[in-house]
Structure formats: structure tokens, C-alpha cells
Design a protein around this ligand. Sequence first.
Ligand code: ADP
Length: 747
Amino acid sequence: MPQKPKHPAWARRPRSSAAAQVMSLFKASSSLVAMLDPEQLLATLVSRVVEALPAVQGGTLWIYDLRSGRLRASATGGLPLDGAARRVLLASSLRSGEGLVGQSFQRGEPQIVETRLGYRDAVGPLPPTSAAIIQQISAQLPRRLVCACVPLRVGTEIIGVLELFTLGDPANRPIEISDLPVLQTFANLAASAIKNAQLYDEAQRSERRLKAFDAVVTAISTAADLTDLVRSILDVVLGLVPGATGALLLLDPAHDRLDLGAQQGLTRACANALHGVPVTESPCEEVVRFGQPMLRSLLEERGEGAFLAEDLAGCAYFPLLAGGTVAGVLALYGDANLPARADREMLLPICNQVGFAVANVRLYADSTSERRKLNTVVTSIAEGVVLCDGRGRLTLANEAALALLRLDSLPFEQRLAEMPDFYRMRDLDGQRLTLDQLPFARALVGEIFQGYRLILSGSSGDETVMSFSGAPARADDGTIEGAVVVFRDVTASQKLERAKDEFLAVAAHELRSPLAAVRNYADLLLRREQQRSQADSRDVRGLTILTQQVSHMLRMVDNLLDVSRIDAGQLDLQIQPVNLVALATQVIDQQRLAAGMRDLLLESAGDELIVHCDSLRIHQVMTNLIGNAIKYSPDAGRVTVRLRVAASDERRGFGDYLMGDDAMPSGGAPAAVVAVTDEGNGISLEQQVKLFQRFYRVRSHRAEGLGLGLYLSRQFMQMHRGTIWVESVEGAGSTFSFALPMTTGMA
Ligand code: ADP
């Protein structure tokens, strides 16, 4: 800074009384302290000093802006500047230490300089950017001037600098060093007034924000639907930005389009310009894409012509953010000052709040409509549908369920343990159900089941047979959070089935004796005919067919009788040591006739594989499996019967193919496995699951049968604590295997 004489010649002039100066400054400062509007305070401060001190003709107030770290020219008065120069001055800023103002700020001390070379000379060297501005201002101020800078101090904090001028040749006297203590005291009072006003203003703003929040929250919580919500929110927001009109645009992510949710104060043309606009063509595309607000002048080329035509000049677009997702845009329109006036700090959090509210309302609407659809489906189902939560408590039941259970309403708080008694549930043998046999309990442990029949007794003692299907309801991570059970009344069909079983049992019983007699005589006649020296080949053929057909009928009748014996619990096993190799050889020999051209092979590591079992029933199982392999494979195919002992660690392996829920051969003993492999067409996975059901037959198979062979084989296996399963690939043959627990190893 150039050294200047501190006491210019024209400074030695008659002085006004120091006491009078202090008094008028004191008056000025007390009127400032009463001012609460910071804008007004800054605007009047300089003129008050000019009024109070004859030595001061003008000045500029520089306020330190914490965010930018610069001193900003916030108000100016008394300086002979034209409009352009004043605007330049008010748009300028200085760093701490720059120029006389910056030095006073940096040092926290008043500075005074007198010059005859103009303002530029008084402020000293400046960076080129500021220098150009000072040059422009300097040109309009007199060359002779005194410039005094006084820091605005509040406690230890300096909030700005008051820059005062004596311009030209003063009539009285210029500002002098001796004035500085008084000016400093005034500046301190003014600083407190500014700080107060700023704090008051901040408090006012906070209060306004809080109120705005409150109003938005109220609007959100009281809105009946999305339309109502956006309308009342827009109302609140527009109340916060005076002079603004605007709209709430809702993003339709499915069509990447902005729809007009609500508008206020817009002409029809403007509202139309905002209606269903693809995001790519919207003036606020960036706001949707980047989630950042955009405040700017309106632009014809951004499709804002309709607004410009209404004499609007500025706009502010704020994203309605729900977390990281944009749910819509708040669009505000107003004069050229609107972008500066729109309070970002207040509007951004409000828009976030609104974004969440919009997203919530949409989610709620989606889930309500899903629920409505689900309800319609559930209520229109003729079967009873009941849902329970993870602890087995009922959460939903349809009308059909109530009607089937003959209830007016469902006992929602009912626990699983109370169900067997409440519904008087029993199994088909009339046994009371244990907890884990309840349909809900089975589904809650992850079981999926169908056709689970139980008896329910009504209060009048009438019994209903219900068929239950159930499955667990799983959360996204797979944990079971409830179960659904569907049931229907099958009493009538159960009665019919029972009648059919009884009829079949009686019919089979009545048919068996005459059929057995026919078979024995046919056998006898065939043998006699074969022994004759001149046997008639046509008779032999006829008698062979007769014997085979009658044997086949007899087997079917026997199967029917076995089924009814099993149902009646009258089928007992005659357990004895049996050599499976010998038994298999015997069955194969008996089947050779039926096998025709097919190769029947037996593979076994030895001649003996002893198992404790009922030889008649195991014979029946083998006959059935080998008979099926012959029946369901091509004429020249090969049927292989393999016998082996399964090592204990292999047992899991064949357990994987288990059909149904058969137990594995029990105990630690190894199992004897008999596998029958054919080269037939194979069986689809869907059919494999059903093969072992009673009376199940694959429709496409034309061979005769009742669909009882595999069912009985499985029953016999269960009675032996063994298991039976199938492995088959469509088009590549099948292997039916059974495993029996072994008491003696392969000899
Ligand atoms: P049936 O043979 O008397 O119909 P089963 O219970 O023995 O009754 O068999 C049930 C069904 O399983 C048969 O109808 C047939 O469709 C199918 N099936 C059984 N064994 C085989 C096999 N080896 N290859 C193809 N399908 C088979």
C-alpha cells in the first residue's frame, strides 16, 4: 500500500464539535439497532452515517460471506456513481487482505488514506479482476478523497467492513485519524445491529421452514388420495414462494413420462404444455435424470414458449425425491427474480418429503389393488381357502371356508393346539390327530401336499370328509412366514369310493373261485394236449392263450383282493429267510412265455442273497415289475434283473429317488436291492410321481391292467420296511428298484 500523508492540508479546517458527532452517531446507531430486516438495515446504514457525520459524503458496506470466504459489497450510498457503476460495485467482492477494505478486515483495525490521485490510488494494488472494477468506479469519483475503512466487529468476530469517504474538497473537514475511535464504536454498534438482524432473519426463516414443513406434513397425512395430496401440497408450496405459479408433475416410470398432477395459477396453454410430456421432451429432463434442482430463466428452445407468452421469465424445477428415486418434479414459474427468490434450503427438504409421500401413496394404491385382486380370486374359489401366519394363527379365510366349517366367523386368534378339538378332526381311521398331523402344521414345516383326507365332525355329530391341500408361504429369503391350506368336502366321493371298493372286494371274491377252477382245468387240458403224441398245434395255441388270459384275470382279481385286505388291515406277512436270487430266477422262468422274443437276463454276484421277507409278496412284487417291463417295452427289447447289496453309504443315493415318503430300510444293516431295467419308452417325471398311486395308469399305454401292481408293490415294501422307486428318462427305458433290509449278507 502506498504511504500517504495522514494529515492533508485541507483537513485542517474548523471542526464540528466531537461531542455533537458522537451524539448524532449514537442516534444513528440506536435507530439501526431497532431495525430487524437485514436488507433494510444494510440499505440505510451508509446514509445514516452520511447524515450523522458532515465529514462523510458516501460509503460502501462490505459484508463477509462465510460460504464464499469473500467480502461482498452489500450496500452503497452517497457516491456519485451512475447506475452501471453502482451495479458493478454491488456485484463485486474482495478477499481478506485485498485492497484497503480487505486489509482492514484482515487486521481488524481501521485504516485511513487520503489521496489526490483517485480511489484507485487509495485502495492500492489489487488482483486484475478487481482492479478493472475499481478502475471503473475510480473514474466516477473525485481524484481528491479520504477513504476510511472500519471493521464491523461483534465480539471477536469481524462480519464486514464499513468503507467511508470524504469526497473532493470538503466544506467542513475530512475524516481524520482522530475520528477513527468514534467510528469504530459506531461500527461495532452497527455490526451488532446487523448480526441481530441476521439472526432474527435466520430465526424467521427457520420458523417459516418449520411452518412450511408442518403444513406439508399435515397435507400429506390428511390427503385422501394422490390427486388430493398433490393439490394440497402445491397449495402449501406456492404459499412459500410469493408471486409464483406452478405445477406438480408426477413421473410415470413405465412410460418415462411426466403427468400433470396438479397446477395452480397457470393458463390453459401453460397447463397443456405440461400435460403427459415424455421425459426426453420435457424442459426439466435433467431434473428427472440427475435428481438435482434447476433454477434458471425460461427458454424458448427448452419448450417453455407458452410460459414466456404469459410474460413469465424465470423457473425453478425441484425433484420430488423418494430416497434415490425421482417420483416427480415441482415446477415453479414467475418473474426474472424467481430463481433467486426460490429458497432452495427450504424447498429441497420439502420436496423430499413430498417425494416419499407420493411414492408411499403409489405403493399403497398398488398393494391395495393387488390385495383386491387376490381377495376376488380367493372369495370366488369354491374350495375353502385359509391362510395362517408363521405361528399358525389364522389370518384370512374365504366365504367357502366358513361355509364348509359351518362357522359364522373364523376364530382368528386360535392356536394350532386348539384346532383338533375345535374342529373335531380325526384321520380316516377315526384316530384323533396329533399336532404335527394338522394340515397347517404340515405346511408350516415346509411340506407341500394334496388330497390329505381328514374327518371333521359337526356339532350335531355329522361327519364330513375333507380333502386338504397345503403349502408353506415363503418370504423372499426362503423362510416360512405362513401357510395356505385349501380344502373341499369329499364326503360324497369318499362314500362312493368306499362303495366301489366294497363292490370290487365282493366281486373279486366271488370271481376268484370260478376263475381259479377255469385256470386249473385250462392248465390241465394244455398239459394233456402237449403230452399227446399227435398234439393239435391249434388246440395247444388256443389252450395256451386261454391259460395266459385266465392267469392274467386271476392276477387282477388277486390284486383287488389284496387291496381290500390291506384296507381292512387283514394282510399279514409270513416272514422267513428267502433267497432272492432263486426267487428272481423262478419269476423270470415263469415270465418267459409272456416275454416272447424279449431277452430276460439275471445279473447277480452270487447264487444266494438271503433276506427275511414274505416270499409270496416279494414274488408278487418281482412278477409285477418284470411283467411291467415286458408289457411296456418293445417286442425285441431286453429286460435285465440285477441283484446286489447296497453299501450303507449308497443308501442316501437311492433315497433321492424315493417316491412318496417311504422310510428307508431301517437299522444299520445293508439292503438287498433288486432293479428291473427295460428298454421301453420311459416315463415322464410328472407321471413318475403318480405311478405308485392306487389305480393310476398312464393313459397312453394300451396294455391291460388295473393300475394296482405298483400300488401293491409299494404297500408290500412299506410292510417290509423296505422301499421302492423308479428312475426313468423318457424315450430311454426305466428302472424300477426295490430295497429290502438284509439280515444275511451275499453268500
Ligand atoms: P398296470 O400295469 O396294471 O396298469 P401298475 O401299477 O403295475 O399297473 O403300473 C401302473 C402304470 O405305470 C402302468 O399303467 C404303466 O402305464 C406304468 N408303468 C409301469 N411299469 C412301467 C414300465 N416299466 N415302463 C413304462 N411304464 C410303466
